[in-house]
Design a protein around this ligand. Structure first.
Ligand code: FE2
Length: 382
């Protein structure tokens, strides 16, 4: 080994160092853009029900002729709701096919040109080559690649831009007292892909983004007799971006992933998990604002203390709000899922609060279905 070190060329140590650096550094999720059928009304739901604040806008009034975009903020989360202004728009076509859905999971990167070069060199399909957008607030560099289905990843590099969002967006007057955020950051975004394609897309994120597989749950781990799925999670070097990828598995009935694929007409992003530090208060507030959540059978809570052990929250609060709990080797987590937020049974949100746990609530699949079966049993129907 010493000989190898001696024969290194000058500068080899630096090269060696770089080889261990993250090949595709990501600062995190910059924003998520949804293409929707009615951006004006969607923006009303996202602000009045989900607690977002509109911070920027682009449309006819700002010189954009083909689309309208509302930029919503809460904590570090940025969502863009975009609708079409004409029948020939690709947004209208996207909505015709998919309904409301996630078009772009944009990633903040230190160097757009590098991200683009690296992604294309590792097999990504380029959609929009690196280019600059400029306005009086400065410059932003962007490039876009294709992901599963019609989903895109835009790389965003804020060179020196100080505006409310991207160049071309007009600031909305937020007012002096912006409300306390209910949710603070995006924890993960789940993609649903076709049967047999999960490993391909895990490989895509490993090659193109230098991500690594974080956890692997077998078919058995999260299947029930009624709804089975397989899931793998990829994450970037710093653990800032987490993308679980699901594919359907054979069950007695159609799986929830099959239902998504049918109604979304192909692969797409299934849910965005939003992190909070007070899930009980957050969910109570969201319920009060009219957000609907999946109903949890009361019997789910019968087995909870035995399954997850000691937790800080009161069982009564969790039962009252329908919040789920799961535990892994590193701690526990609390989560709840909204009903789909659009017309189709496709995209929804998760609210999540982590207490050390790094998993995604897989233990809840089995616990939930067992709870449903216990209720069936009580009715003499099992
Ligand atoms: Fe999730």
């Amino acid at each position: 080994m010493a000989d190898v070190a001696k024969t290194r060329a000058p500068g080899a140590d630096a090269l060696h160092e770089r080889a261990h650096e993250d090949p595709m550094p990501l600062h995190g999720i910059h924003h998520v853009e949804l293409w929707v059928g009615n951006a004006a009304q969607a923006a009303h739901f996202y602000t009045s029900a989900l607690g977002f604040t509109e911070i920027a806008y682009a449309g006819l009034e700002t010189g954009v002729r083909d689309r309208v975009s509302h930029v919503l903020a809460q904590g570090r989360i940025r969502l863009v709701l975009t609708g079409a202004l004409g029948a020939d728009s690709e947004i209208a076509e996207h909505h015709r096919r998919h309904g409301d859905g996630i078009r772009d999971i944009a990633l903040s990167v230190p160097d757009v040109q590098h991200a683009w070069d690296y992604a294309l060199a590792h097999g990504a399909e380029g959609v929009s080559a690196p280019h600059e957008l400029r306005d009086p607030d400065g410059t932003v560099r962007l490039a876009t690649i294709a992901a599963y289905g019609d989903t895109r990843h835009t790389f965003v590099e804020h060179a020196d831009h100080t505006g409310p969002f991207l160049p071309g967006y007009a600031a909305r007057d937020v007012g002096a007292d912006a409300p306390e955020p209910l949710v603070l950051a995006i924890d993960h975004i789940v993609g649903n892909v076709e049967l047999g394609r999960m490993n391909d897309w895990v490989g895509f994120y490993e090659r193109v983004f230098g991500m690594t597989e974080m956890l692997h749950f077998s078919d058995e781990a999260i299947s029930t007799e009624y709804s089975a799925l397989m899931s793998k999670v990829v994450t970037d070097g710093r653990g800032r971006v987490k993308f679980p990828i699901n594919e359907p598995a054979e069950g007695r009935r159609k799986s929830q992933i099959d239902e998504f694929l049918e109604f979304y007409d192909g692969p797409g992003a299934q849910h965005i998990a939003l992190a909070t530090r007070d899930i009980v208060g957050c969910v109570a507030e969201l319920r009060g604002r009219g957000v609907e959540f999946l109903t949890i059978p009361p019997s789910y809570y019968d087995e909870l203390p035995g399954r997850v052990g000691e937790i800080d929250e009161s069982l009564e609060d969790l039962r009252a709000q329908g919040i789920l709990v799961d535990r892994d080797d590193e701690g526990y987590m609390l989560q709840i899922f909204t009903k789909p937020v659009g017309d189709r049974p496709t995209m929804f949100f998760e609210i999540i609060e982590r207490h050390g746990a790094r998993s995604f609530g897989e233990g809840n699949f089995k616990a939930l279905f067992e709870a449903i079966e216990r209720e069936q049993d009580r009715r003499g129907n099992l």
